[in-house]
Design a protein around this ligand. Structure first.
Ligand code: ZN
Length: 65
């Protein structure tokens, strides 16, 4: 268990759905606000965005092979 910096819960569990635009509007807003305040979650968000774009490329290539 890790302590939160302040009283804002981390949003890493929501980042995958956030990247895929699969969150409810209020959840998406919560994630967006948290990313502006939390460098750790913002870094995780960038990693997930990179992974999502790589997966998109891999899926296209696999389908064409
Ligand atoms: Zn965080």
């Amino acid at each position: 268990m890790t302590a939160d910096p302040g009283d804002t819960p981390h949003v890493r569990q929501l980042l995958g759905a956030y990247v895929l635009d699969a969150l409810e509007a209020d959840e998406s807003g919560t994630v967006a606000r948290h990313l502006q305040q939390c460098g750790a979650c913002a870094a995780a968000y960038v990693e997930i965005m990179d992974a999502a774009s790589l997966l998109a490329l891999i899926n296209v290539d696999d389908l064409l092979e």
